[in-house]
Design a protein around this ligand. Sequence first.
Ligand SMILES: Nc1nc2c(ncn2[C@@H]2O[C@H](COP(=O)(O)OP(=O)(O)OP(=O)(O)O)[C@@H](O)[C@H]2O)c(=O)[nH]1
Ligand SMILES: [Mg+2]
Length: 257
Amino acid sequence: MVIIEFFVGCAGTGKSTLTGIYRDWLNDQPELYAIAINFDPGAMSLPYKPDIDIRDYIRIEDVMEQYNLGPNGALVASTDLTINFLDDIKKEINELRPNHILVDTPGQMELFAFRSSGIFILAALGGQESVMNYLIDPNLAKRPSGFVTAIYLGLSIQTRFHVPQQYILSKIDLLSEDETDEIITWSTDFDKLENALNLEAKGERRELNTLLIQALKTLNISGELLPISSINNIGISDLYQSVSRIALGGEDFSELT
Ligand SMILES: Nc1nc2c(ncn2[C@@H]2O[C@H](COP(=O)(O)OP(=O)(O)OP(=O)(O)O)[C@@H](O)[C@H]2O)c(=O)[nH]1
Ligand SMILES: [Mg+2]
């Protein structure tokens, strides 16, 4: 079985760094052969060497020139155009024969998540068998209102792709231990989250908070956030365990280091 993981999240949340570190960690495990695919045509430089790179097929500078676009328009057009090369990417994957595929998506999350190309890419590579890793910025998450914003953004991705989603608290080395623990608690205890939210807000905003929390409770998205630091190598094996459980339907992979 091949496990396919996508990495999504707002710009700068650490998608590419985690993709590289995690790929190398997976390849240190017995019997795993992981590859990293860069699907960001606008990436100027990457913190890892991708095994497959969409920039070999489409370059943002060429799109700017060919369609007479500025950098933002060219970024949108380039991401849309990536779907023309999905057969080539699949051919490259088949030649490498990995059993674990990591897909690094464009910096600006909306390019992958809210345009149709993202749906096509997911369908072509992993379909409903894929796992979506959604990275949350620690500075956004440390305020209760920011945390709720991040969760709702994550839910909008889940609504788009309809595949199992792992919520990741990224760059925890930038938080104190207490801050990390509090954020993790909010992800499982919505009453505590509501209390924290109400300490932050007054009046009408409290009514909105109550409604937002009620919706989270009704949706019953009780998955715990996974804390990760790519810089300090924290949480990488937990990510593998969690994704394996999701992808393989509960098989125990604890014998792997
Ligand atoms: N402190 C800390 N910094 C990190 C961590 N992971 C990534 N970074 C830094 O965060 C910045 C963005 O990291 P990237 O991995 O490029 O993030 P990204 O989400 O791929 O960014 P874009 O694709 O450009 O949107 C870089 O300066 C990284 O060195 C981490 O775990 N801790
Ligand atoms: Mg990136």
